[in-house]
Design a protein around this ligand. Sequence first.
Ligand code: 5GP
Length: 190
Amino acid sequence: MQLLEDRILKEGKVFPDNILKVDSFLNHQVDIDLLVAMGEEFRRLYAGDNVTKILTIEASGIAIASFAALALKVPMVFAKKSQSKNIGKNLYHTKTMSFTHGREYDIVCSKDYLNEGDRILIIDDFLANGKALIGLIDLVNQSGATLVGCGIAIEKAFQKGGDELREKGVRIESLARIASMTDDSLTFIR
Ligand code: 5GP
């Protein structure tokens, strides 16, 4: 998506350990016009797939997922990061590894909001090693809902998550796919 790629080139900042910061338009300050356009793009990609619900993970997936939900006219549910001791009976629960914090954490979603008949589109801001998506897919599978696919704002395609999930048959649509990034250069796969 040209609009998103242009913003990444203009404002993205590369940090150590392959972290890209896009705080000026996506992860801290949020450019609503850009998010409307991204939501429309996810609608175009998944319009024929009878999506009934969008699933994301707090916190940074929520803004993007909201605009995808608005465009597709379906509810948005966000999985919550949780303390193991707070995990109750009415929750789907899994563990995942945080890319940015380098530690394992629990994620949960109420059984009230993911149902067997649902057709789920998972949305997230970044795809790196794929752990966040694997955790969300696990929640979908526990619920018996159908996974339609995943919509990602920025895939760092030089990391292994996207390819591994595609090889397993998961449909992943990324609006910007970064082929390589260093302090002074960033290239996309188109
Ligand atoms: P994965 O689980 O695919 O390894 O990493 C994806 C998750 O880690 C996303 O939910 C995102 O919040 C975070 N993440 C991964 N890479 C980056 C990055 O380069 N920049 C930012 N801001 N977040 C990232």
